[in-house]
Design a protein around this ligand. Structure first.
Ligand code: FES
Ligand code: FES
Length: 199
């Protein structure tokens, strides 16, 4: 008996709640319009972004949620920067932002507005390779090559930061860049050699 009363009570409660919510929504606006408006403002808002990349200004209108990595690869077709994990774990997407190494998959394009960006496409001077690029070739520091653009950009940052006093220090400060081919000994040797050349 007590159970019956409980069931009725639940049914009554649901009827009353539904009526109250419906009345509230109707008082504000027609249901369809309100939902569509929210969806528009949250998921379709766009921002105008200026990205100076490798010394060239690029103007983009993009969704606020777009990452720098996707803006580079899919909007500007700068596909040298690779997408590996897309969550900050592999370093394949490393670029320089105001001279510092960042994972482009963790940076919103909008937050890079007006900041100097250097990608792998911006390192060589015409036909002349950057010393780090040349060192990677000289030391055979890649196999499949997928991680290589990120390794090279990270190495440039590592050398500029001065973390090249020893092979062990280089390995430590390059540890955010993974290589599934395990070319680590050659990569560290290449960074060491490039660092000597760049001082
Ligand atoms: S793709 Fe950005 S860290 Fe892996
Ligand atoms: S060279 Fe293949 S993942 Fe590094």
């Amino acid at each position: 008996m007590a159970e019956d009363r409980l069931k009725i009570s639940r049914r009554d409660f649901m009827r009353a709640s539904t009526a109250t919510v419906a009345a509230g929504i109707a008082a504000v606006a027609p249901v369809g319009e309100a939902v569509a408006h929210d969806a528009d403002s949250r998921f379709q808002s766009t921002v105008a972004v200026s990205l100076p990349i490798n010394g060239v200004p690029h103007q983009l209108t993009t969704e606020a949620r777009v990452t720098l990595l996707d803006a580079l690869r899919e909007r500007l077709l700068l596909t040298g920067t690779k997408k590996g994990c897309n969550r900050g774990e592999c370093g394949a997407c490393t670029v320089l932002l105001d001279g510092r190494r960042v994972n482009a998959c963790l940076v919103l394009a909008a937050s890079a507005h007006g900041r100097e960006i250097v990608t792998i496409e911006g390192l060589a001077q015409g036909d002349r390779l950057h010393p780090v690029q040349q060192a990677f070739i000289d030391h055979d520091a890649f196999q499949c090559g997928f991680c290589t653009p990120g390794q090279i950009m990270s190495a440039v940052g590592c050398i500029n930061e001065g973390h090249t006093a020893s092979n062990a220090e280089i390995r430590e400060w390059m540890s955010g860049n993974l290589c599934r081919c395990s070319a680590y000994p050659q990569i560290a040797a290449a960074v060491e050699a490039a660092a000597r050349e760049m001082v």
